[in-house]
Design a protein. Structure first.
Length: 134
């Protein structure tokens, strides 16, 4: 049996807290996962690393939107994240483009997601209007 994923994540996250060569570090991680036949665990491993980093004051957020984030939106996202994580020393917002979002933003954290997209609001409205009609 291999090393448990949470131990791998903690080791990698601890290394990432210092100064690292990001491309080399990513290559090392990829090589390890391929060599140990664990590449299918990549997304879970990345979430575990994000959680470890958040627990140590570095909160990372992936902000998915249809258009580039305006500075005031980034500021609002950071304000909301600092309310969720008052111990955060640093908040890193990584914008990601996805035209399916239509409008608004979807925030992805280590083990949480806040969907403020137009699509999510429309889906919720649809659920509420069709509830009880079956």
């Amino acid at each position: 049996m291999g090393i448990p994923r949470h131990i791998i994540a903690a080791t990698l996250a601890q290394r990432s807290l210092g100064s690292i060569d990001k491309p080399h570090f990513a290559t090392e991680i990829a090589a390890y996962l391929i060599d140990t036949h664990r590449s299918g665990e990549l997304e879970s491993l990345l979430r575990d690393i994000m959680q470890y980093r958040a627990d140590h004051g570095i909160v990372e957020v992936i902000a998915v939107s249809a258009t580039p984030l305006q500075p005031n939106v980034k500021t609002e996202i950071e304000t909301q994240i600092r309310q969720l994580y008052p111990q955060a020393k640093q908040v890193i917002i990584t914008p990601e483009h996805d035209p399916i979002v239509v409008g608004g933003v979807r925030l992805q954290l280590a083990n949480q997601q806040l969907d403020l997209s137009v699509r999510a609001k429309l889906n919720r409205f649809k659920q509420l209007t069709t509830a009880g009609k079956e």
